[in-house]
Design a protein around this ligand. Structure first.
Ligand SMILES: Nc1ncnc2c1ncn2[C@@H]1O[C@H](COP(=O)(O)OP(=O)(O)OP(=O)(O)O)[C@@H](O)[C@H]1O
Ligand SMILES: [Mg+2]
Length: 254
């Protein structure tokens, strides 16, 4: 693994020597990564590298075989998914999962439960300012939204829970480039206001444009940890993505 860069800021999230298995099959083999305060970090890697598994392990959605996860110095290794959310880590899952039979506004209200068990309507206005496309559709059923709008709703549902770290797992999945740009721009704007971002993305060029720091994964391991500029210049990234025929440019990507 190459780690050349020195990074400013306090460590917010620290994952150390993480191993995760599905049954007997271990798919994450001693992975370490961190996110610092105010940072936009991207995890890159081919399909099946284990990116979502790592995010799920951080969020407490899959069990860890071994290793540690800490956040703001607090050990979360044994914490439940609920406790992890309450400590300030919110994950937007892969595949724009929102409640299809609820309205946009009700989906957002569910997002507020992360902070307040009874929900908090006072958070809606700020979210509508951030996502005017949702304000226009607040009473529409989520199922009536386009895929891009549903993904924006999924991101907004995470943001309204007021995380300190927002995990976005492939927000681009199958969406038009303009929607991807919109989501990554909003993430960057939130990051500039102090929210740390941990993004999983296959659209390498778009992701590196927004991220400060990148971890490159191959089959359950981190093989490079560098600033976005450094990793973009190196040939390892190209080898990992192009070696097996995986497209690197956004034009060609899935
Ligand atoms: N629920 C599961 N049960 C068994 N194996 C799983 C499960 N989820 C993922 N895997 C396997 O674990 C490995 C890592 O999968 P993971 O979904 O974490 O990869 P990924 O990097 O997120 O891939 P993608 O880019 O396709 O989303 C793959 O070999 C996958 O087949
Ligand atoms: Mg995945």
């Amino acid at each position: 693994m190459t780690e050349k860069s020195s990074r400013p800021g306090q460590v917010l999230l620290s994952v150390r020597d993480l191993h995760v298995a599905y049954g007997k099959a271990e798919v994450v083999h001693g992975l370490s990564l961190d996110v610092r305060a105010g940072e936009f970090v991207v995890v890159l890697g081919r399909n099946g590298a284990g990116k979502s598994t790592v995010m799920h392990a951080i969020s407490g959605l899959v069990p860890k075989r071994s290793g540690t996860v800490s956040f703001e110095g607090q050990d979360l290794t044994q914490a439940s998914a609920r406790q992890i959310v309450q400590s300030g880590i919110i994950q937007v899952l892969e595949g724009h999962r929102v409640f299809q039979t609820l309205t946009v506004e009700d989906n957002l209200m569910i997002g507020t439960y992360a902070k307040t068990p009874r929900g908090d309507r006072s958070k809606l206005e700020a979210i509508y300012d951030l996502f005017p496309e949702l304000a226009e559709r607040k009473q529409q059923m989520a199922s009536r939204l386009s895929g891009g709008q549903q993904q924006i709703l999924a991101v907004a549902q995470g943001v309204i829970g007021e995380p300190k770290l927002l995990i976005l797992d492939e927000p681009s999945g199958g969406l038009a480039p303009i929607v991807v740009d919109r989501i990554l721009s909003v993430a960057s704007a939130l990051c500039a206001k102090g929210l740390a971002i941990l993004l999983v993305e296959q659209l390498v060029e778009k992701a590196l444009k927004h991220a400060h720091f990148a971890f490159l994964m191959e089959t359950g391991r981190v093989v490079a940890a560098e600033s976005s500029a450094e990793i973009g210049r190196g040939d390892l990234l190209h080898r990992v993505f192009l070696g097996g025929g995986e497209p690197m440019t956004e034009m060609e990507s899935k």
